[in-house]
Design a protein around this ligand. Structure first.
Ligand code: ZN
Ligand code: ZN
Length: 364
């Protein structure tokens, strides 16, 4: 299903630009993206025309199944990864080898320099992360499924929602339903925040009973075949204050304005600005305390960042979240989040849960 040679060939294409003979991939997620291997503790050495996965005996069978076209170097029991790396690298001789500077410890690099004195280790950053920004057809199809699972679970959970439930029970219910529908698990621990707790953007659900809380913020997502979905809805009951209703309409308008701005060639910072302008017009920009969104994929937060300081330009194939929020300490918080695919002509909202004020009215 996954077109491994294409991904590795795309990386190999950058070797000239990076002025290296090989790239040593040490980040587990990047190894998975390039090779399809879902285990851990393994490195990938990519050269022009070939790639070798460095691993240990636990993964020999799994590698044969998941990456049949790759060369394999397995360290026997008693040999450590640095020893295997030294033998593979020394065979190459005098080479310039790109390393992932953000995914290698200073200690490991020091050992590699001492072990392989003929190699030159060239620091690179975000090389594979930049490839991962543009999703292929498989990744888009998997993400659609991750979104669909999250949505079905949410609908079922809301239909059963009772004031006796605690925030933690809601989080647990979402998680178990997502697993039952084929997700590996959650893409991050769900945020379930009743009433004023929602004013903390990254609140952890506690033993608080929903009780008569007027509002309930739920931020959740499924991890399906490695890919994340990430959605937020903010529910309210009839006794929610008018200031909540007004603020909700403004956040929704900001979210729709940002989605409207999305398209290939658009600066990510401009999408953030489109939301911020709506909030500023209503005097709520200071209550919007985070960036507008982020890429999703094999990780819940990946490039591109959608914020005022982002330097990225959107391109077809990116999947990003749009999640404006306002937070009023001791009172309430509102966030509305959807997952958006950038297309050749503009964008497609992958999530379909209704989000109008009336749609998010929770009735007992
Ligand atoms: Zn989220
Ligand atoms: Zn998010």
């Amino acid at each position: 299903m996954t077109d491994l040679p294409v991904r590795i060939a795309r990386l190999a294409h950058f070797l000239d630009e990076l002025q290296v003979d090989a790239m040593l991939i040490t980040d587990e997620t990047n190894v998975r993206y390039l090779s399809g291997f879902t285990g851990d503790s393994s490195f990938l050495l990519v050269r022009r025309g070939d790639a070798t996965i460095l691993s240990d005996g636990r993964y020999e069978t799994q590698i044969a199944e998941q990456c049949p076209t790759l060369a394999v170097a397995i360290r026997p029991p008693g040999q450590l990864m640095p020893d295997l790396l030294r033998s593979v690298i020394c065979e190459l001789g005098d080479q310039r080898i790109g390393i992932e500077a953000c995914h290698l410890s200073v200690a490991a690099l020091g050992q590699m320099r001492a072990d392989c004195p003929h190699a030159q280790w060239i620091e690179t950053t975000d090389v594979v992360e930049r490839l991962r920004m543009i999703k292929d057809a498989d990744e888009i199809a998997i993400t659609r499924q991750a979104v669909a699972i999250a949505e079905v679970c949410y609908r079922e959970m809301v239909a059963q929602l009772s004031p006796q439930w605690t925030e933690r029970a809601i989080a647990h219910e979402l998680e178990s339903k997502m697993r039952a529908l084929g997700a590996e698990g959650v893409s991050f621990p769900p945020i379930v925040a009743a009433g004023p707790a929602a004013a903390l953007p990254h609140y952890h659900p506690g033993d608080r009973v929903i009780g008569d809380a007027a509002t309930l913020l739920i931020d959740w997502g499924a991890c399906y075949q490695g890919y994340a979905s990430d959605l937020t809805r903010t529910l309210h009951r009839d006794h929610a204050a008018d200031r909540f209703r007004r603020a909700y309409q403004v956040v929704l308008e900001a979210q729709l304005a940002a989605i409207e701005a999305i398209g290939p060639g658009v600066a990510a910072s401009e999408v953030d600005a489109a939301a911020r302008r709506v909030l500023a017009r209503e005097g709520m920009d200071e209550a919007f305390k985070h960036g507008l969104g982020h890429g999703t994929g094999l990780q819940i937060h990946e490039a591109p960042r959608i914020s005022s300081v982002s330097t990225e330009t959107l391109a077809a194939g990116m999947i990003i979240t749009v999640e404006p929020g306002v937070y009023f300490e001791g009172d309430f918080g509102i966030r509305i989040e959807d997952d958006i695919l950038v297309t050749d002509r503009g964008c497609e909202v992958l999530s379909s849960l209704p989000k109008g004020l009336e749609d998010c009215r929770w009735m007992l």
